[in-house]
Design a protein around this ligand. Structure first.
Ligand SMILES: Nc1ncnc2c1ncn2[C@@H]1O[C@H](COP(=O)(O)OP(=O)(O)O)[C@@H](O)[C@H]1O
Ligand SMILES: [Mg+2]
Length: 461
């Protein structure tokens, strides 16, 4: 950017008086306010090129008191797929001390008060320097999100990569467990990414109310998922020849991660991101997945990069541990959950499957089994007997069989761990408490829309 070019600014404000004050402050400088927004979402949209009159803005001036603001907005703007938007914080009050450190720590480049403003020249110089610094970081590939600090809670929260595996096809509750665990941990305030690495075909997105096809009568009103793992792998493959695993950057991943907007309504705020999986089975057979070694390496690199961005990386996979993305998840996981339903066939399948895995991985020390879709009265094997058969430690959680709640959650696109106060929701939150002891209990269940929907389904049944 040359010294005479305009600097295009978008403003995220709380009250309109701030715009007037900022305009006055920037009068005669190179900085031009091209767009102003009163909510974080509108601000983010305004930063899309079409939003800001067809041209990328250079900076965002943000009052953290604006509606919907969270520190994540700063890295979202810095890591925008198109180009970084530099964030400068401001407040309307004189006190900068209470809000500046948090914003600066989250990646804002400068912070000031319009009640006690810096000299106009000082402000412009700061803005110019900030843009130059970010531009340099961007060009040299050094721009990456700061790992968000995890709040100190009762019981330490450790970074985890969690996956669920059983050597059996559909209906093994792997995806259900991953999605619900991700939602429960995100609702507790942890930055979480749910990665759909099911290589034959993904469906985690459906459980969050996304659809690849909005034209069907049953999918009308659902959110369209326009890109995900498939497009990511196409892109990675195109760059692999030159860059190898360095092709996988936070920037690139951000193009394909989807925020779960509906999460705001369900207490998850902005904490949950999804990498949607393959939306059609034929995608796994395309060129993008032809080179198994490359796909495996890329899978490892993707998880590795996501670890620098999120406290919890939860990877949903399919049954076959030999498939490159499944293998990558099993290798990088800090914990592998093995959900086993109460049937002898399942127990035997797992025991035999684990024997092969033991050969493949050497040790299974990060594997734990847990009873899932469990019910008494079906002559279920005892927990003890299952433990002895599969020779894995058991996690002290029993996920009960509850088709009604499981189906209601799938059909509403909201994980039951967020609304079910019954045994199923409680069990998943128990599971989540293994990773973050502060996951709350839902006492007496929130009576929201979903509860009434659930009631309706039960009455209909
Ligand atoms: N605890 C449970 N009780 C009863 N049904 C369940 C339970 N958990 C999941 N289900 C249902 O089982 C089906 C398959 O679950 P899913 O998680 O997709 O399995 P997988 O990922 O192993 O193929 C879904 O219809 C889901 O709603
Ligand atoms: Mg699945």
């Amino acid at each position: 950017m040359s010294a005479s070019e305009r600097i295009r600014a978008v403003v995220g404000y709380q009250t309109y008086a701030e715009i007037t004050a900022l305009t006055r402050l920037l009068e005669g400088s190179r900085v031009e306010i091209v767009e102003a927004a009163q909510t974080a979402q509108k601000l983010f949209n305004a930063c899309a090129p079409e939003g800001a009159g067809g041209q990328d803005p250079d900076i965002a001036l943000i009052n953290p008191a604006m509606e919907g603001y969270s520190h994540a907005l700063i890295s979202d703007l810095l890591l925008r797929p198109e180009a970084p938007v530099v964030v400068i914080g401001y407040v309307a009050v004189e006190d900068v001390q209470s809000l500046a450190p948090g914003m600066l720590d989250a990646g804002a480049k400068y912070f000031f008060s319009i009640a006690k403003p810096p000299a106009a020249t000082e402000l412009t110089t700061r803005i110019e320097r900030a843009i130059a610094a970010v531009q340099k970081d961007y060009e040299e590939g050094r721009l990456r999100p700061k790992a968000q600090p995890v709040m100190a809670r009762a019981g330490a929260v450790h970074q985890q990569v969690i996956t669920a595996w059983v050597p059996k096809g559909g209906g093994s509750t792997r995806t259900t467990i991953c999605v619900n665990l991700a939602a429960a941990l995100a609702a507790t305030g942890n930055p979480v990414v749910l990665v759909d690495f099911d290589q034959p075909k993904g469906d985690a997105h459906l459980m969050l109310g996304f659809t690849p096809d909005g034209d069907l009568p049953v999918t009308r009103g659902m959110i369209l998922v326009e890109r995900g793992l498939y497009d990511l792998m196409v892109n990675v493959r195109a760059r692999w020849g030159n860059d190898g695993k360095r092709a996988v950057t936070a920037h690139l991943l951000n193009n394909y991660l989807v925020r779960w907007e509906a999460g705001r309504k369900h207490g998850v705020g902005d904490n949950l991101r999804l990498l949607p999986g393959l939306t059609a089975a034929h995608q796994a057979g395309t060129d993008a997945f032809a080179d198994a070694d490359m796909v495996h390496e890329a899978g490892l690199a993707i998880i590795d990069e996501l670890k620098s961005m999120y406290t919890f990386v939860i990877v949903d996979i399919g049954q076959d541990y030999n498939m490159p993305l499944h293998a990558a998840a099993l290798q990088t996981a800090t914990e592998v959950l093995v959900p086993i339903p109460p049937t002898n066939t399942a127990v035997v399948d797992v025991a035999r499957g684990l024997a092969a895995l033991r050969q493949y991985f050497g040790s299974l020390e990060k594997f734990r089994w847990l009873p899932t879709a469990w019910r008494e009265g079906v002559e279920s094997p005892s927990l003890r007997k299952v433990t002895d058969t599969v020779k894995l430690p058991r996690l002290d959680v029993v996920i009960p069989h509850d088709v009604a709640v499981a189906d209601a959650a799938v059909n509403s696109g909201v994980p039951f761990s967020l609304f079910d106060g019954g045994p199923l929701g409680e069990a998943i939150r128990d599971l989540a408490r293994n990773y973050d002891a502060s996951v709350p209990r839902i006492q007496g269940a929130k009576k929201g829309l979903l509860q009434s929907l659930f009631g309706f389904l039960v009455r209909e049944a």
